[in-house]
Design a protein around this ligand. Structure first.
Ligand code: GDP
Ligand code: IMO
Ligand code: MG
Length: 424
């Protein structure tokens, strides 16, 4: 068996949580492979809304196994908050959730370092989620990290204290002397809580499940344009959000990758700083934000909004080897007279369809094609036969430009508001 991967093609918040939940009944296992509580994945069903940060979006279906892979960074305190809230709402988490021994731990001092790094950058700050993601992955790569499996060893406390002291020295050098005693006590408490979960050698578990013929869906976090290698560096997150991240973040070999679902919004958003060539600073941008409720699921920050960017999407499809596209939130554009799609960039007078090394908004002029709007409320539709001609034309246009079939169209936040299309 091969694993299927579902990942974001833009700057995150494409609607991954919703679609993973919708697809889960077809799988036996759902696994997160990178990122951490910087993610906020929203699911809606039966009139209720849930936001998941570290826990995979497969937990609300029928007892599928959910795995937090080695590529994920885990904050025990936030994990505990999330897990306890889910248990309160009736999810028997311990029955379905397994966590990799090799997942790295976010310490309180990682969060303090995240804030200090941002402060030091001043106007050039990344606008991180403040969850300690960068410093935790930095420790992982510099071979200083603490892993979940370490919590099971007798010398864990010493290892923790050594790491904490190293961080405190770094903070001191940055002029920071934060209070950490209370944060530390809560964190150590949460470590005890975390230890009560099923902590596994996830690379063996995942490969054994595949050998048994089980179907595995890997759930990405963030989006391709936030990838540490291929995103709009340095305004990115600190992990590989792209398909290759599923290999390193779960221990799945490249030849075991099956379908790659690439998910995008019918427009584009970004939260935090960094370039965004099709950003709209006008009333249309504000209208998209209002209609799409574009505010961060984790931080509540306003999301920047703009037209769909096919240059960036084509790049993301290439990097990930996307085989099936999923388009979200087309309902947000239901009332528009016309919609625009960026088909090329003009950079310093030259036209290109490639995503450049330096993504500099002040030098990039997006070239748009304008398509007629469909002016139809589609939120109650349940089949593609109901789509108006203009919307069908819009989908055809996107499929031609992107050379990849759009197999799912989401027309609202609820599970039910999902239309599947036959593969052409
Ligand atoms: P994720 O991080 O990729 O899982 O996405 P988020 O949950 O951060 O953001 C997506 C937002 O859009 C959430 O509030 C979802 O409930 C909502 N959403 C998902 N699909 C649709 C859709 O098709 N239409 C509308 N209007 N909202 C959607
Ligand atoms: P989901 O999984 C949108 C952004 C932050 C910031 C940059 C770096 O919900 O799509 P970090 O805290 O990771 O060091 O921040 O990345 N960012 C996200 N934006 N959706 C996310 O996750 C994000 N996770 C991080 O806003 O610009
Ligand atoms: Mg999100």
């Amino acid at each position: 068996m091969k694993v299927d991967v579902l990942l974001g093609l833009q700057w995150g918040d494409e609607g991954k949580g919703k679609v993973v939940d919708v697809l889960t009944p077809r799988y036996d296992v759902v696994a997160r492979f990178q990122g951490g509580p910087n993610a906020g994945h929203t699911l809606e069903f039966d009139g209720k809304k849930y936001v998941l940060r570290s826990i995979p979006s497969g937990i609300f279906q029928n007892g599928q196994i959910n795995i937090i892979g080695n590529g994920v960074v885990l904050d025990p305190v936030l994990f505990r908050e999330e897990a306890e809230a889910l248990e309160k709402s009736g999810v028997d988490l311990r029955k379905v959730l397994k966590i990799s021994k090799k997942a790295h731990l976010i310490m309180p001092t990682h969060r303090l370092l995240d804030a200090a790094n941002e402060k030091a950058k001043g106007g050039a700050k990344i606008g991180t989620t403040g969850k300690g993601i960068g410093p935790t992955y930095t420790d992982k790569i510099s071979r200083n990290g603490l892993r979940l499996g370490d919590t099971l060893a007798p010398d864990f406390k010493e290892k923790y204290e050594a790491a904490r002291n190293r961080h405190l020295a770094q903070l001191k050098a940055m002029g920071e002397a934060p209070e950490y005693a209370e944060l530390e006590a809560r964190w150590l408490d949460a470590i005890d809580y975390l230890r009560t979960y099923d902590i596994i050698d996830s690379e063996y578990v995942v490969n054994n499940l595949l050998r048994e013929g089980k179907r595995v869906l890997c759930e990405g976090a963030q989006g391709t344009l936030l990838d540490v290698d291929f995103g709009s560096y340095p305004f990115v997150t600190s992990s590989n959000t792209t398909c290759a991240g599923a290999c390193t973040g779960l221990g799945v070999a490249p030849n075991k990758i099956g379908e790659v679902y690439g998910i995008f919004k019918a427009y584009c958003t970004r939260v935090g700083s960094g370039p965004f060539p099709t950003e709209l600073h006008d009333a249309t941008g504000k209208l998209i934000r209002d209609l799409g409720h574009e505010y961060g699921a984790v931080t509540g920050r306003e999301r920047r909004c703009g037209w769909i960017d096919l240059v960036a999407l084509k790049y993301a499809i290439m990097i990930n080897g996307v085989t099936r596209l999923i388009m979200m939130k087309s309902d947000v554009l239901d009332g528009f007279d016309e919609v625009k799609a960026c088909v090329a960039y003009e950079i310093d007078g030259k036209i290109t369809e490639e995503f450049p090394f330096t993504v500099d908004d002040s030098r990039i002029k997006p070239i748009y094609e304008t398509l007629p709007g469909w002016k139809t409320d589609m939120t109650a539709f349940r089949s593609e036969d109901q789509f108006p001609a203009e919307f069908k034309a819009y989908i055809d246009f996107l499929e031609k430009k992107l050379e990849t079939p759009i197999t799912i169209i989401s027309i609202g936040p609820d599970r039910e508001q999902t239309i599947e299309r036959h593969l052409k």
